[in-house]
Design a protein around this ligand. Structure first.
Ligand SMILES: Nc1nc2c(c(=O)[nH]1)N=C([C@H](O)[C@H](O)COP(=O)(O)OP(=O)(O)OP(=O)(O)O)CN2
Length: 210
């Protein structure tokens, strides 16, 4: 009987020592991993962001105000930033920066060195004019400009808010021409930001329905 009791006692001592070792080992692993191990239930997200010196467009515009008044013709060096939220970045589904930058540059180029006009603005009136020129009135003032230096946009005002949405829609159209990629499956959400000057601009966000 005594032998049995001693064996039970030594087994208990072994178990206590074993558990202590495992706990220490677990603690060491946690410390090695720099803290608690991630669990499969944690929320994870990956975002690519792209902002480059050449992702910009220099354009002129005239902001119209609700009372029908407007600013004089002036320009900005607009800077573009893209952020895309992705599903898990597996090698098989990697999306290279290049595709995004090429599509962003394509839209920047289409508005660079242009006078941007809001074609849907109630105070914008296109008048008959000579070949190759736009003859128009905006808020009562008349302008004649070479067609190749003007971009008439389907918005009611040339504001950064409107430019961000229209820029994103055109960017997305260019990007998704490559039908080898299931873009809407890989990209959960996107944000496009345009700064018209340091400290001033707008951001347009879209989260794709799954
Ligand atoms: N909601 C918006 N308001 C204004 C916009 C716009 O895009 N969305 N744009 C303008 C003009 O672009 C204007 O040239 C810039 O605005 P402004 O307040 O004049 O700021 P400036 O950069 O010119 O410099 P300040 O030093 O702040 O005067 C107007 N409004």
């Amino acid at each position: 009987m005594a032998v049995g009791r001693n064996r039970l006692h030594s087994n208990k001592r072994f178990a206590a020592r074993y558990n202590k070792t495992v706990c220490n080992l677990g603690g060491a692993i946690r410390r090695f991993n720099g803290g608690d191990n991630m669990t499969g239930h944690d929320q994870r997200s990956w975002k690519l962001h792209i902002r480059k010196d050449n992702l910009k467009f220099s354009a002129a515009h005239m902001t119209v105000f609700p009372d029908g008044s407007k600013e004089s013709l002036h320009g900005h060096n607009y800077e573009v930033t893209l952020e895309v939220e992705l599903t898990a970045p597996t090698l098989a589904q990697m999306l290279s920066y290049a595709a995004f930058k090429q599509a962003l540059r394509s839209v920047c180029d289409s508005w660079d060195e242009k006078v941007l006009l809001a074609g849907a603005n109630p105070w914008f009136i296109l008048l008959p004019g000579p070949e190759g020129e736009y003859n128009f009135r905006l808020c009562g003032k008349r302008y004649v400009l070479p067609m190749d230096e003007v971009a008439i946009l389907d918005v009611d005002n040339i504001t950064v808010e409107n430019l961000t949405q229209l820029f994103f829609e055109r960017f997305w159209h260019v990007l998704t021409q490559d039908q080898a990629v299931s873009w809407r499956e890989r990209i959960l959400a996107a944000r496009l930001r345009i700064d018209e000057s340091r400290g001033q601009g707008a951001t347009y966000s879209v989260r794709f329905n799954r």
